[in-house]
Structure formats: structure tokens, C-alpha cells
Design a protein around this ligand. Structure first.
Ligand code: F6P
Length: 547
């Protein structure tokens, strides 16, 4: 691998640091001097109108950031990804979630094999199965139609389908119940199944590796729950369990009919997988046509990212803005604030996408990084957060760049009265970014007759950066566009930071230690090698457990 020059020694990096050290005018001044930035700092991708005019940047900042992207060859790595090269260096794997939404006639090769026909064969198999469940043709062991679908998975095998199901609920088959079980805490499965009839319940076991302990434990318990209802008749499993995995051997070992397995491949990362077979529960919910619309939405942004010049390339711009704040303005976190109740799981989904991808401290060749990498990503839907943590964003001591995501139209399903609430929701959406950017000066506060001692408390400094993403309506295509936008943004940042955004070694140690500790809890066994603090805690746990 070619040695990547140290990022912080690059002239493009030091130019940005110098630019930052000179300080930037307040957003109030930037807009006063250049009102045109409101039109200029906008990029459109598919249905997404992305306004970054309220960012703490000037034309010079943008030019310097673009020079950094050019110097770090972001587009060369992008092209290598789309070509199927093994850019996941530590696992020696291609990174081809973009092939999951490639059109039928596309050619994307991994090790000389075109993978697109395989992708479409699985999509077709999923569509056939989804239609059979939705129509009632697929029945359970006793001949009853399936009414409940329970997805068992964790991480990327849960967050994607769970988030997208919530987002697209209005498009879903309302006569079916969908639940998502991820936590190895048995109460998750208990609550998901306690009111369900086993004869009407389909379990989808979603696990790329089919070795993840949480998922296999929950799936085993679900199988027991099912078999209990059918006097242990193993034949029931074939009608009530399907698997989504890359590991046919383990799936068969678990007792799931290989015909009921929907395959994907090692070049699909877990957190990039919900548009693969992992999306089966979603496809049953919204139907194959809507699912394909969603894939088309992903593809719009893939094509944009692949072909649009740097200055108008939305994922590149958003990625570079994140680098500006994290590496040059000392921001530690990034808030994602969707103004849609349907996007209640959107930020949780992005947490895995971003933090598992870019939460790294070594470079692709193993050298330590000496710059900031991925931010803490957080947020919940507006307007709820406004009455909770926005105080800190407005008046706290921390710089928190935020993405505001909103829609022009509510979903048609709502009553007229509830639809009318949408303007109030969006009035808040626009008001918040205005308040964050422009604040309220002490003079403005005084002019309202506020007593002098309260003036500092009621002053808003402003100059808090936001990006506004506006779309016509939350449709399957728009959801696909949004997710692809963030996927590629994360890619851009990883490329500049020279980290492998596609491995996740950081989750391994905890898994190994949990396996080691478990016998101490269940059997009271002595566990060699436990540190004194954990040994004492385990002893306290045992005492409490047996009290
Ligand atoms: O947390 C680690 C991880 O490997 C994630 O990357 C992945 O999405 C999740 O576990 C679940 O893995 P699997 O789909 O193999 O069960």
C-alpha cells in the first residue's frame, strides 16, 4: 500500500488550520456582506434540497476544504469502491453496497464475477416471498395466514429494517404487525411475542454471520416459544422461520430450510445492508414495488456521488463540513434532527453507520491517526428535542453542528386537522435554524424592555451552524436518497482521514470478554484473568442474584 503522507503535514491541512486561526465573521455579518450565499450554498440531489448557507464557512473555507479532498484522492477511492476493489483493507473485502441498487443490466465485478445478476435473483426471490406473505398464500404450520412478522437481528441486521419500517409505516400493510427484536435482554423477545399467536407469526432471523450471540440466542428462544405451541413438532420451523445471511452452513445448522434463506455477500457491510436481503421484513411491510422505489432513491444519490463535480457533490460537501468542524473548530459531536415523527429511529441508524464506520484511531496502514476522526452522532425528532436539549445547542458552551431534515408535505393518510399541524411543525423547523444562526443580541433583548440583570440570560449568541435538508415528502425513494447521502458522506470523511470505514474491530473485545465472564454469572465459576474491579462487581452481582 502506498504510504499516505501524514494528513496534518499536508499543506492543504495547514492552510485550513491557518484559515481557522484567522477567525471567521459571525454568520450575521457573513449574510449581511453576502446575502447571495443563501442561493449559492445550496445543492440539489434528486428530491433533496440541501442548504448549507448557515454554515460557518466562506468561499475560501470551501475552496480550502476542496483542496484537501483533492489532495487526499477522495474521488480515486470512490471510484475504486464502485469498481469493486477491496478497499476494506483489514478484512480484504470489496465494499459494494452500491451494487445492491444497481440496475439489472449493470456490470459490477468482484474477483472477475459480475455480482448484479445475483443481487437481482435475491431481490426477485424476496419479492416472491413477500407477496406470498402479504397475500396470505404463505401460511403457518396450521394453515393460518401470517399476521405477525418478527425480525430478530442486531446492529445492521436490526437498525436498518427497524428504522425504515418506522419511516415508511404509512406505506405498510396495516393488517400485518411488525416487531423488531435485537436485545439479548429476554424482555425484548418477551414483549415482542407475549400477545402474538405462534400459528400466525413468522420469524425472520437476520444475521450476516449467523454467529452473533444475541441473535442466535433470541432465535433459539423464539424457536422454543414456537415449538411449545406445536408440541415440539419440528416441521413447524420451516413455515415460521426464514433466515437472511451470508452463512448457509450455520443457517442449515440452526434448522432453517435452505430454501427459506435469503442470501447476501461479504462485500455488504452490516451497517450498509438494509437494502440487501436484510430488508426482507421491510419488503413484506411495504411491498416489492415500494422497496424497488427505495432502491431507485439510493441509486439517484449513488449516481450523483459518482458523477457530480466536486463543488456540487453533496456527500463530498457534507463530509468536508464535518471535517471542518471536527478537525478545525473543536466540535466533538454532530446532531441529526429530523422533523418527522416517522424518522424516530433515523439518528439511531446513523449512529451505527457513522460511529461504527469512522470511530477509528489508526490509519489504513496501521499508523495511529493524529487528528480527530468520526464525531459522536446524536439527536431525536423535532420538536421534542426543542423542549429538552436544544437549550445547550443554543446557549451552551459547546459547538454542535446540526442537520435539520424536514418535509414540505405530511403523509396523505393524516386527517385534515392533523395535516394542518404540519405547518406548525415546519415553522419550528425554520425558526430553530434561524435562531441558531442569527441569535439575539443584547441590544435586541434590551429593546424589548428586559431588565438589565436578565439581559445576558436572554441573549443568544447565534453563530451555531446547521445544514437544512428539505424534501417534498417522506417517500420510499426519498428515504433511499437520504440514507445514501449519509453513507457517502461517511465514506468521504473516512477517505480524508485515511481510515478503514468498513471494518469494526472495536466491537470484538467486549464480545470475547462477555463469553469469558458468562460462566462466572451462570455457574458461579472462577474466571481467571478478570481484573480486580470486575471480580468485585461479579461477586456483588452473585450476592444480589441469590439474595
Ligand atoms: O456490532 C458488530 C456487528 O458486526 C455489526 O457490524 C453488525 O451489523 C452486527 O454486529 C450484527 O452482525 P450480524 O448481522 O452478523 O449478526
Amino acid at each position: 500500500m502506498a504510504e499516505f503522507p501524514k494528513l496534518t503535514d499536508r499543506p492543504e491541512w495547514t492552510a485550513l488550520a491557518d484559515h481557522r486561526a484567522q477567525g471567521l465573521p459571525h454568520l450575521r455579518e457573513l449574510f449581511a456582506a453576502d446575502p447571495g450565499r443563501a442561493e449559492r450554498y445550496v445543492v440539489r440531489v434528486g428530491d433533496l434540497h440541501i442548504d448549507y448557507s448557515k454554515q460557518l464557512i466562506t468561499d475560501e473555507t470551501l475552496a480550502l476544504l476542496q483542496e484537501l479532498a483533492a489532495a487526499t484522492d477522495v474521488f480515486a477511492l470512490r471510484d475504486a469502491m464502485f469498481r469493486g476493489e477491496k478497499i476494506n483493507v483489514t478484512e480484504r473485502r470489496a465494499v459494494l453496497h452500491t451494487a445492491l441498487r444497481a440496475p439489472r443490466d449493470a456490470v459490477v465485478e468482484v474477483d472477475g464475477e459480475n455480482v448484479v445478476p445475483k443481487v437481482h435473483a435475491v431481490l426477485d426471490k424476496m419479492a416472491g416471498f413477500a407477496e406470498r406473505v402479504r397475500s396470505g398464500e404463505w401460511t403457518g404450520h396450521t394453515g393460518k395466514r401470517i399476521r405477525n412478522v418478527v425480525n430478530i437481528g442486531i446492529g445492521g441486521s436490526d437498525l436498518g429494517p427497524a428504522m425504515a419500517y418506522e419511516a415508511l409505516r404509512p406505506y405498510s400493510a396495516r393488517d400485518l404487525t411488525f416487531r423488531f427484536v435485537s436485545n439479548v435482554d429476554g424482555s425484548d423477545l418477551h414483549e415482542a411475542t407475549r400477545d402474538l399467536d405462534p400459528a400466525e407469526t413468522l420469524f425472520i432471523v437476520a444475521s450476516k454471520t449467523f454467529t452473533t450471540i444475541e441473535t442466535i440466542t433470541n432465535a433459539t428462544s423464539a424457536r422454543s416459544w414456537l415449538l411449545k405451541a406445536f408440541d415440539g413438532d419440528q416441521k413447524a420451523v420451516a413455515r415460521h422461520f426464514v433466515a437472511l445471511s451470508t452463512n448457509a452452513e450455520k443457517v442449515t445448522g440452526f434448522g432453517i430450510d435452505p430454501d427459506n434463506m435469503f442470501e447476501f455477500w461479504d462485500w455488504v457491510g452490516g451497517r450498509y445492508s438494509y437494502d440487501s436481503a436484510i430488508g426482507l421484513s421491510l419488503m413484506i411491510a411495504i411491498g416489492p414495488d415500494r422497496f424497488r422505489e427505495m432502491l431507485d432513491g439510493f441509486r439517484i444519490v449513488d449516481d450523483h456521488f459518482r458523477t457530480t463535480p466536486a463543488e456540487a457533490n453533496a456527500p463530498l460537501l457534507l463530509g468536508l463540513l464535518g471535517i471542518w468542524y471536527g478537525d478545525f473548530c473543536d466540535a466533538q459531536t454532530h446532531a441529526v434532527l429530523p422533523y418527522s415523527h416517522y424518522l424516530s429511529k433515523f439518528t439511531a441508524y446513523l449512529q451505527q453507520l457513522d460511529m461504527e464506520s469512522n470511530g477509528k484511531s489508526v490509519q489504513r496502514d496501521g499508523r495511529p491517526v493524529e487528528w480527530q476522526t468520526g464525531p459522536v452522532v446524536w439527536g431525536t425528532p423535532g420538536t421534542n428535542g426543542q423542549h429538552a436539549y436544544y437549550q445547550l445547542i443554543h446557549q451552551g458552551t459547546k459547538l454542535i453542528p446540526a442537520d435539520f431534515i424536514g418535509f414540505a408535505r405530511p403523509l396523505p393518510e393524516l386527517s385534515e386537522e392533523l395535516r394542518a399541524q404540519h405547518d406548525l411543525l415546519m415553522a419550528n423547523f425554520f425558526a430553530q435554524t434561524q435562531a441558531l444562526a442569527f441569535g439575539k443580541t443584547a441590544e435586541e433583548v434590551r429593546a424589548e424592555g428586559v431588565p438589565e440583570e436578565l439581559v445576558p440570560h436572554k441573549t443568544f449568541q447565534g453563530d451555531r451552524p446547521t445544514t437544512t435538508v428539505l424534501a417534498p415528502q417522506l417517500t420510499p425513494s426519498v428515504l433511499g436518497q437520504l440514507i445514501a447521502l449519509y453513507e457517502h458522506k461517511v465514506f468521504v470523511q473516512g477517505a480524508v482521514w485515511n481510515i478503514d470505514s468498513f471494518d469494526q474491530w472495536g466491537v470484538e473485545l467486549g464480545k470475547v470478554l462477555a463469553k469469558r465472564v458468562e460462566p462466572a454469572l451462570t455457574e458461579g465459576a472462577d474466571v481467571p484473568g478478570l481484573d480486580p474491579s470486575t471480580t468485585a462487581l461479579v461477586a456483588a452481582y452473585r450476592t444480589l442474584k441469590n439474595a
